[in-house]
Design a protein around this ligand. Sequence first.
Ligand SMILES: Cc1cc2nc3c(=O)[nH]c(=O)nc-3n(C[C@H](O)[C@H](O)[C@H](O)COP(=O)(O)OP(=O)(O)OC[C@H]3O[C@@H](n4cnc5c(N)ncnc54)[C@H](O)[C@@H]3O)c2cc1C
Length: 204
Amino acid sequence: MERILGPQLGAFVHALHTQHGVVFHLEDKATAITGTTVELGTGKSLAADLVVAGVGVRPRIAIAEKAGLALDRGVLVDAYLETSTPGIFAAGDIARWPDPHSGANIRVEHWVVAERHGQTAALNMLGHHVKFTAAPYFWSQHYDVPINYVGHAESWDDLEIDGDVEARDCLVRYKQGGHLRAVASINRDVASLQAELTLERQSI
Ligand SMILES: Cc1cc2nc3c(=O)[nH]c(=O)nc-3n(C[C@H](O)[C@H](O)[C@H](O)COP(=O)(O)OP(=O)(O)OC[C@H]3O[C@@H](n4cnc5c(N)ncnc54)[C@H](O)[C@@H]3O)c2cc1C
């Protein structure tokens, strides 16, 4: 999770799982699954009753492609979640929309975003003409530790930590060019909601 959350939270999550008995093979790759083992690139062999492969997802865009909708690693939509074909809307994991907070066209795979997209797309199908302006949000639960993340920061030039990551009481701010792009928090729900408001008010 270091790529998304930064080195401090990444190391924290790593340590938390290790304390619960998880063994990481971070510099290694699975090269084969034999039925009772997983073979690794470095030659190690892991006994396995069950293999869960978390290898990412790809949007299924064949129908959108056949329909002639504009695509960009997903279905492109405007601020109203309308595709390049008037009257056709896209929402959730498949939609790449102009995020007013980062100024970029983004596609995210978060439950709450899909839910809020659905609400906005439905209103627009009914002719309300409302822009999607919510800041993306996701949670990630690790044992008894909840991590909440608001915003969208694929990179940052400044990372500030309030509180204490180890003590499971912190708010991490990811900034780019002096602007807040995202916050991650553990057990700081009020501060996380306040940051969500800040992000939503500083639309580009
Ligand atoms: C393992 C896993 C863990 C996750 N954990 C979290 C988490 O902790 N927090 C979080 O915020 N998000 C999490 N997510 C992401 C979250 O589940 C998704 O962002 C959300 O479900 C997206 O909703 P959606 O409606 O856009 O897409 P989906 O839920 O994928 O729904 C799309 C539906 O369209 C159907 N479909 C596809 N093609 C066709 C077709 N041609 N015709 C008809 N139907 C079709 C599919 O069968 C599917 O039912 C997780 C996802 C996974 C896979």
